[in-house]
Ligand binder design. Structure first.
Ligand SMILES: [Zn+2]
Length: 82
């Protein structure tokens, strides 16, 4: 349902969904809600996150990446270092 709302569905999938919506009031209501939410999201202003939040996130991401690099290095040493 969400891929139809986001215009990512194939024509066949969309047609199938539309046929189902025509016969299923519960899904039709859910679909209308998805459309309304998607429309509200598109219309919402972009909010810039506070600089501190971004810096903290970047630091955590850097630490996580470093952890992955170390893990890969250790794994390579273990498998090829003999
Ligand atoms: Zn249904």
């Amino acid at each position: 349902m969400t891929i139809v709302v986001d215009h990512e569905a194939t024509e066949i999938d969309e047609a199938r969904l539309r046929r189902h919506l025509a016969t299923c009031p519960a899904c039709a209501v859910a679909f209308d809600e998805h459309v309304a939410i998607a429309r509200a999201m598109r219309g919402a202003p972009l909010v810039r996150p506070p600089r501190l939040l971004v810096a903290g996130h970047a630091r955590r991401l850097g630490v996580a990446l470093l952890g992955v690099v170390v893990l890969v290095a250790v794994a390579l040493l273990v498998t090829h270092g003999r």
